[in-house]
Design a protein around this ligand. Structure first.
Ligand SMILES: *Cc1c(COP(=O)(O)O)cnc(C)c1O
Length: 412
């Protein structure tokens, strides 16, 4: 049962897994028993102190949590230079790029793999686009001695060779998905097919706040460790809550994780940043909320990039992690309610932010949070100097230096 909190933005989903009209479980009849089993197991695990204790032990000793809250002083000073007198918010980073494996995905993967073990599952499957969720899942499976199969679009296998090799080093099997456009959505379909065929022993580990209920809620709950930590750290550093939260949106898990603990604080504004690719007015972007329409993908109803006939269209972003044609259903709901604003940053804006952050803060960010930083760069100078903007620096950029070099015309 989901406890409904009256008049709360934190009350969703309802018992049908809906956030308003969004979410739910749009799956084949054969998948329904598996999903109900995951839901029942998760409901039991989340109130079991021993489950929580083991997850937190891993977060602390294996992942390296809590991640620090960093006052980006040079960035703040830099942005004040072009701001009118008395303007230019203080910029803080929540440093989830320091996690083991270099991003936030490991937080929810460890929670899910512990859940799988608790359910007696002996085999893990996952889908991956750029390979980051595949690497996080393969990592947790190595640690917990579970066989891991990762479905990855054949096109992505070709594009993301280093991550394919990483997964193999970690002991995972990578299966190229050749149907459709042979990218992420096709890998998700193959993973769902595998799950139906291997009901009894297999757990499907999803990488973002998408999929059928209870996945959007479960992944959000695990990722909320980010916002819970950030809230306490900000109160300690500044004695008050931030004025604005900013996070990049692929499927939306790092953003949901930061936002959720603050949703009922009316003084805290929130901004999700989608990938505008070559521009929102081209067909080369990944802005499902800004330019999509509601439809069903991967078991839930949400905003999607689709043609007028309802065919899902390919997303484009310089950042592989934002290259998803949908968005988690809770974001669709928060967008309709107006609680969170959704904007977009282009490939070029992200590339500029990537370089500015590297030079000013000595932190090479992943291209995904570089989109969030592009919004911070636009927004901070419009805010008063005593205001605070907190950005989720959800991944580090080591993985992206080759793509960035290519875009800058540098040959390595
Ligand atoms: C995968 C990934 C994303 C996109 O996923 P969300 O679910 O939207 O968080 C963003 N940043 C990084 C670093 C990623 O690896």
């Amino acid at each position: 049962m989901n406890k409904t909190i009256p008049n709360s933005f934190r009350s969703g989903p309802d018992d049908r897994g809906r956030f308003g009209q969004f979410g739910g479980r749009f799956v084949a009849e054969t998948l329904m028993p598996l999903i109900l089993e995951v839901e029942a197991a998760y409901e039991a695990a989340k109130i079991d102190p021993s489950f929580d204790k083991e997850w937190r032990r891993l977060l602390k000793d294996y992942v390296g949590r809590p991640s620090p809250l960093w006052f980006a002083e040079r960035m703040t000073t830099h942005l004040r230079k072009n701001a009118p007198e008395g303007m230019g918010a203080k910029v803080y980073f929540k440093r989830d790029e320091l996690n083991h494996t270099g991003a936030h995905k490991i937080n929810a993967v460890l929670g899910q793999i512990l859940l799988a073990k608790r359910m007696g599952k002996t085999r893990i499957i996952a889908e991956t686009g750029a390979g980051q969720h595949g690497v996080a899942t393969a990592t947790a499976c190595a640690l917990m001695d579970l066989p891991c199969v990762v479905y990855m679009g054949a096109v992505d296998v070709e594009r993301q060779k280093p991550n394919v090799f990483r997964m193999k080093l970690l002991g995972a099997e990578v299966i190229p998905a050749t149907s459709g456009s042979a990218t992420l959505k096709d890998a998700m379909n193959e993973a769902l097919r595998d799950w139906v065929a291997n009901v009894s022993d297999t757990y499907y580990c999803i990488g973002t706040v998408a999929g059928p209920h209870p996945y959007p809620q479960m992944v959000r709950d695990f990722q909320s460790v980010i916002g819970v930590e950030a809230r306490a750290q900000m109160l300690e550093a500044e004695g008050r809550l931030p004025d604005v939260l900013v996070a990049a949106i692929g499927g939306g898990s790092n953003a949901m994780g930061l936002f959720h603990p603050f949703l009922d604080d009316p003084e805290v504004a929130m901004v999700g940043v989608e990938a505008a690719g070559h521009g929102l007015d081209t067909d080369q972007h990944a802005a499902a909320i800004s330019r999509g329409r509601p439809g069903v993908l991967h078991g839930n109803l949400t905003y999607l990039l689709q043609t007028t006939q309802g065919q899902i269209t390919e997303a484009h972003s310089i950042s592989a992690g934002l290259d998803y044609p949908g968005v988690g259903p809770e974001h669709s709901w928060l967008a309709e309610l107006g609680r969170v604003s959704y904007v977009a940053a282009t490939d070029n804006e992200a590339l500029d932010a990537f370089q500015i952050c590297s030079r000013l803060e000595g932190i090479i960010p992943a291209l995904e949070p570089a989109h969030a930083l592009a919004e911070v760069i636009k927004r901070a100078p419009t805010m008063a100097a005593d205001q605070i903007i907190l950005m989720n620096l959800c991944g580090r950029g080591d993985k992206d230096i080759f793509a960035v070099a290519e875009h800058l015309g540098v040959s390595l």
